[in-house]
Design a protein around this ligand. Sequence first.
Ligand code: NDP
Length: 256
Amino acid sequence: MYAELFRLNGRAAFVTGGSRGIGFACAEALGEAGARVAISARSRDEGEKAVRQLRQKGIEAIYLPADISNESAAQQVVRQAAAELGGLDILVNNAGIARHCDSLKLEPETWDEVINTNLTGLFWCCRAAIETMSAAGRGSIVNIGSISGYISNLPQNQVAYNASKAGVHMLTKSLAGEFAKSNIRINAVAPGYIETAMTQGGLDDPEWSKIWLGMTPLGRAGKASEVAAAVLFLASDAASYITGSVLTIDGGYTIH
Ligand code: NDP
């Protein structure tokens, strides 16, 4: 009985930023559990390559190009995903960018780029999905937050990123409260340092990785699959009584 709760047969799932890293692993996890999956990303080459990889694993997958930092593009791609998949049961808001910069040197364009992608675009994706899910009477949204929504990272300065992720956590709780009555569960995960293109530079830098991994009790960076497994749990009926939660996946980084 319990294993069945993780199955997603017949469900439709959309993962923003599903072309690589954590988003790709989420698409893989949801697809392996039986969902048909749509992914978006700006780079068509990477998006189409990811879809080929998913299909090779027997997963029903499509790629939808979109820049979700634009409000109307974000809403439109979610509606398109729902139309092409024949419904939308699961949305994973994963697309995100990080920019390291001292606050006194931060340009307005950089602030806007990070906030528009990580927070504003994510909200509009939620909004469009909630419209479809409300009509269907059920749905599950998982937002990718970060430990940067709780703590200020060392050694890099990234005020816009940290503020965006704190916003994702609070947005998650706010929407969860508002739409529980519509049978839509909305949760987030807060990963620590995960091996992806986003963190490669830092993990390859001996000084940075000494700090990052030295502050991580498990003593290593996480893998995208270790985030995806938690996203699968939250998206599935195994988490049917969980809404408004932010699940930390950080090798213990934030226990200090
Ligand atoms: P990657 O850089 O490897 O992947 C990011 C994905 O998002 C790509 O598919 C990228 O495709 C897509 N993307 C970025 N901007 C946009 C946009 N404007 N519109 C549509 N798609 C976009 O990053 P990660 O896999 O590491 O990160 C995924 C999420 O996890 C992010 O939200 C990140 O903040 C979060 N996270 C990551 C951690 C880590 O240690 N790696 C830790 C905590 C949180 P394209 O560029 O082609 O658009």
